[in-house]
Design a protein around this ligand. Structure first.
Ligand code: NDP
Length: 327
């Protein structure tokens, strides 16, 4: 038996409890992992509080991230004792996830823990930080170099936003942080933001094209904020869109794309190919200042997860949450 969160559905309700689970009920997979840490991402918070349709089958162990040690493996490329990371691939949604002491998964989904990052740091980064890195890599691929101008990071005090600011600042970009939390200005500056922009400046409907400012954007908010970000991006600039914290809609016009050659680049971490994941984790081990990562992160125990999920969705959590699985 092992401890884990289990979301289950009866005929008239959905339950979410920390329970003892029989190892024989773990799903199929060629690798069994002793989970050391997981995290709490926005998507996990939606699943744990039944606030969004994240869980696709029941019963489900939530948790879209995990790090741990291979306990059993039927693969030549993954030996017992290897420390591995798993982000996405549907865990916590359609395959049992990381908020439990054990996980049985496909070895194809696992990435070796990179040198220079320990297991707790890997989950401080988690899907949020790895997605932030995917956004930065996309800006680079599309030619947004630090000399091109300012980068806007929205949802700045959240998980993706905090890591994006720290990485961009270390790479020499000038970063403007859009945040609804004025009291986090010192925190955002300590990560490397040069200016804090109040969220209200971008939540009202704006013009199809407005004063061109951003060379690049990392957007986690979607909706009107994303529309306004596109409308204020420079000629040839790039807007990376990875989130929907402000809404799933996009009340925009095509003007920025056809008149300024702006690129709107979608970022998905869940089904991202393995080669890109390996590159992102390698880059994180070089381009993220681990002392900043410490200031971004708080660690909680497995039993505290549900309460923290509610706080996260209410916008009361700053940065990243690591979940210690062992005790
Ligand atoms: P967090 O909850 O940690 O951060 C989200 C931030 O968005 C908040 O901290 C807040 O920042 C801002 N925000 C919250 N509500 C609103 C609102 N109504 N309007 C405007 N801004 C708001 O979440 P994460 O950083 O983990 O994830 C952010 C988004 O990215 C989520 O939608 C998540 O699902 C998505 N995501 C997508 C991935 C992908 O593969 N595409 C992977 C990872 C995340 P502040 O207080 O500073 O304004």
């Amino acid at each position: 038996m092992f401890k884990g969160w289990l979301i289950d559905k009866t005929t008239d309700s959905v339950t979410t409890d920390l329970v003892d689970i029989d190892e024989n009920s773990l799903p199929e997979g060629d690798v069994l992992v002793d989970v050391a840490y997981s995290t709490l991402n926005y998507k996990d918070a939606l699943a744990l509080t039944q606030s969004g349709p994240v869980v696709r089958q029941f019963p489900m162990v939530p948790g879209i991230d995990l790090v741990g040690t291979v306990r059993e493996s039927s693969r030549d490329d993954l030996t017992v004792g290897t420390q591995v990371i798993l982000n996405g691939w549907g865990i916590g949604e359609k395959h049992w996830g990381g908020l439990a002491q054990k996980a049985r998964v496909s070895g194809d989904w696992l990435v070796p823990l990179p040198d220079g990052i320990d297991m707790q740091q890997a989950m401080a980064i988690g899907t949020a930080g790895y997605t932030a890195m995917l956004c930065v890599m996309k800006l680079e691929q599309l030619g947004v170099t630090p000399d091109k101008g300012e980068i806007l990071v929205t949802g700045a005090a959240g998980g993706v936003g905090s890591v994006a600011i720290a990485v961009l600042a270390k790479l020499g970009y000038q970063v403007v942080a859009l945040s609804g939390r004025a009291h986090e200005a010192d925190y955002l500056k300590s990560l490397g933001a040069t200016e804090i922009m109040p969220r209200e400046q971008m939540t009202e409907a704006g013009k199809p094209l407005d004063k061109a400012r951003w060379a690049g954007v990392v957007d986690v908010v979607g909706s009107q904020v994303l529309a306004n970000a596109c409308a204020t991006t420079q000629y040839g600039g790039v807007v990376t869109a990875c989130g929907l914290a402000g809404g799933m809609d996009l009340p925009a016009t095509v003007a920025p794309f056809i008149l300024r050659g702006v690129t709107l680049a979608g970022i998905d971490s869940v089904m991202c190919p393995k080669a890109t994941r390996l590159e992102a984790w390698q880059r994180l081990s070089q381009d993220l200042d681990l002392t900043k990562l410490e200031s971004i992160t708080q660690t909680i125990y497995l039993a505290e997860v549900k309460e923290k999920a509610e706080a996260l969705l209410a916008g009361r959590v700053r940065g990243r949450i690591v979940v210690s699985i062992k005790n």
